[in-house]
Every structure is written in structure tokens, then in C-alpha cells.
Design a protein around this ligand. Sequence first.
Ligand SMILES: *[C@@H]1O[C@H](CO)[C@@H](O)[C@H](O)[C@H]1NC(C)=O
Ligand SMILES: *[C@@H]1O[C@H](CO)[C@@H](O)[C@H](O)[C@H]1NC(C)=O
Ligand SMILES: *[C@@H]1O[C@H](CO)[C@@H](O)[C@H](O)[C@H]1NC(C)=O
Length: 434
Amino acid sequence: MANTIHLLYLFAVLTAAAAYHRPDLPPGPYCGLPSNNQCCTNRKDDCSHRILDTLCYCDEFCNRTRAHDDCCPDYESVCLGIQPEPEYLIQPCVYRNRQYYPGDKRTENCNTCECIITDEVKLTTEWRCDQDECLMSQDVVYGVNQPGMSWRAYNYSQFFGKKLKDGLKYKLGTFPLSPETKRMGAIRYDKNIPYPENFDARRRWPNFISPIVDQGWCGSDWAVSIAGVASDRFAIQSNGAENMVLSPQTLLSCNIRQQQGCAGGHIDVAWNFARGHGLVDENCFPYKAAVTRCPFKPKGTLITDGCRPRAPRTSRYKVGPPGRLNTEADIMYDIMESGPVQAVMTVYQDFFHYRDGIYRRSRHGDSMLQGRHSVRIVGWGEERGDKYWTVANSWGTEWGENGYFRIARGNNESGIESFVVTVLSDVTEANQRK
Ligand SMILES: *[C@@H]1O[C@H](CO)[C@@H](O)[C@H](O)[C@H]1NC(C)=O
Ligand SMILES: *[C@@H]1O[C@H](CO)[C@@H](O)[C@H](O)[C@H]1NC(C)=O
Ligand SMILES: *[C@@H]1O[C@H](CO)[C@@H](O)[C@H](O)[C@H]1NC(C)=O
């Protein structure tokens, strides 16, 4: 009885194998025949066998295409020693009308799918895919781009195929605010003055506002936003006498203690570094999107050759103690008086898709994952009664509105008003704005 079942199974397997190869072929052997010219090298036209009304070949020449159409059916097993693969008996995985075999892989946005055998006996297969949430989501693109939304979403090719968890780590980079950070001294103006409907630091101080940075695939927003705010404020407070772009790489490479470089940083620790050690010019230490060796002495004011500041400055570019701004009006007053400020916001999945308009969290895609991002607010405005902040991001100029975004103002959208930091630059006395 057991033997019968075994034979039946073998028969089924053989039929399946034969069915996969061309069923109309008379059974071999061909290359396996005990004759003189089995398996020839190069091209040898008489190294052939009659098969139906044509010839099949056992020379290497027949092997020149992947399909080796005119090789004899047993060429692979006899001449190349390749045993027929069990896949031939298997129901293949299918994707877009193409067949795949166990071990074959394909990607679906940020996830890898592999064709796996689900039943060793019936030889059935199926796709098994990672189930991670992706940075780019079709649901967000379609959901947000409906009439009535205040912003538009876009499928960014540079983000497509990346995982959301990696985006939250390497496109952002601000660690949770510690209780000490939250106790950072508040600055209150309480100015009861009429504010302009629109204000843009780039128009108020042309040439003093630092360009958009692309932080790359490195969680350095903490360094980039601080260097940006400090640069802008040096230029503004010195009325252009100290107008340079400061180097976030100084923080990334030299502010090592308590920080994790491209895996993220604490903004209060970074501000303290900028205050105690100062930053250097971007030209002197360009951004690398990676933690490199710090070329400066950690302490003191020594600056290597080629990095000397312009006279009368003798030290690196340092800032004063940072302070918090707690109200919409105080944030506006501070920007108008002394330049862009830093803000820490919550980033949800949909934000990565921002193309233009006034951002509000849409809840399309609605992943539970989120992250913290440090950015630079450069101004504000109103569009058909809708109030917004204008903010510099650090994802290059291809993203958003030339690297900037606008976000709803006055109701703490995505926490944008929950932790706003201002600072005064340590401008050389002779250069102080009068
Ligand atoms: C035959 O073709 C296969 C696949 O195209 C190739 O890997 C192999 O090296 C070839 N063998 C010979 C002997 O040409
Ligand atoms: C998004 O863009 C990628 C290529 O960058 C493309 O393969 C994918 O189909 C696009 N998705 C949607 C929903 O348009
Ligand atoms: C602003 O929103 C954040 C969360 O996004 C919250 O933690 C914070 O308490 C809010 N702040 C105010 C002043 O409402």
C-alpha cells in the first residue's frame, strides 16, 4: 500500500515535470545517449539529435541565451550537471503577470516581498512581504489632494521606497525635551502693538537669511536649525558686518557629549555648545551629513588656519543664552525685532508629503508613529483669512515651497508653538547694529 502511494506520487511529480517542459516532446534521453558526440564544446552542428521534425543540440552554443531554445531538454542536467530544479513542479508566485519562484524577491514601496513555499507537499507558494509603514503613502497623497484642503501632498521620489520609521529617525533628529530644557527661561514682551499681516525675514533683511540646507539621510535637524538661526541673527544684529553661514557640522562633529550625531541630538545641549564653544563658518567646515572627526580643539578659541574669522573678531561665533517664547504675539515680535527663531514641532506621516499651501495635520495615512523636528520660523502671513507661519525646513529646496513650508498659526498646529527658542548672537561690539 505504501509503495503504491509512493509510486503514484512519483508519477504525479514526473507528469508535472514533463508538463512544465514541452509536453509534446518524445521522452529523452538526447545528450544523455551513449554516443560519441554527447556534450560538445563551442559550436558543433553535428552535436545534435533528432527531435520531432527538427534537431536539438548538445553543444555549448545552444546555451547562449537564457532560454537556450535549441538545446536538448536534458542538456542542462547531462552537460551542465544542473539538476532540474524542484521549482519546475511548483505553482509560481505571480505579480503583474510575471511568474516568480521561491527565493525570488521584489519590492513594494518600502517593503520587500519574497516568494515562499507554503506547503512542501502540494508545492504551493505565496508572497510574504514586510509590513512596515512607508514614508510615502498613496492614502496620504489621494486623501490630502481633495478639494477643501489647505495644502497639497506629493509623492516625493527621494522618499519613495523608504520606511517611515527611518524617515522619523534620519529626516528629523530632535530628542524629547528634558524637564530641564522645558524650564528654559521664558522671554515675555507683551507688546500690544499692531503686527503687520505679513512678515518675511527674507524680504525684511535680504541677503542676511541663510539658505535652505539638505540634512540628507542624517538626523541632524537640531544642528542645522541652530546654525541657521545663529547665522541669520549674526547678520541681522551686525547689520551685515558679520554675514556668514555658520556650520552645523561644527555641532554634528564636535558636540559629541550627550548627543548622537545623525541619530539625533538635544537642542539645549547644542545651544549650550554654541554658547560656550561657538560655531565656525560653513566654508571652513562644510556640512557632510555624517559625524566626522572634529578638527578643532574642544575648548578655547583656537581656530585652525583657513578658519580665522574676519577682524576685529578673534573668537568663534558664539551665542548668548537661549530663551523660550510662549505666545504667538511674542514669537512674532521677536522675529520682527531680531530675526528667525527655532521651533520644535511634531511630525506626522503626512507632513513628509507636503508640497505647498498651509499645513494642518490631515489624519490621512494616520500612522501612530511620529517624531520631533527642529525648524526655523522666518515669518508669518495670512491667506484668505487663514493665518500661517513661514518656516525653513532642512530637506533641500526640492521639497515643499522651495524648501520652506507654511503651517497654520495661532492654534499650536503640530506643536509648532509649543517650544520656540530665541537667542542673541555674540556680535563683536564694533559690529553691533546701531
Ligand atoms: C550556460 O548558460 C548559463 C546561463 O545562461 C550560464 O550560467 C553558463 O555559464 C553557461 N554554460 C556554458 C558551458 O556556456
Ligand atoms: C510614487 O513614486 C514612485 C517613484 O518615485 C512610483 O513608483 C510610485 O508608483 C508612485 N506612487 C504613487 C501613488 O503615485
Ligand atoms: C502644543 O501641542 C503640543 C503637542 O503637539 C503639546 O504638547 C503642547 O502642550 C501644546 N502647547 C500648548 C501651549 O497648547
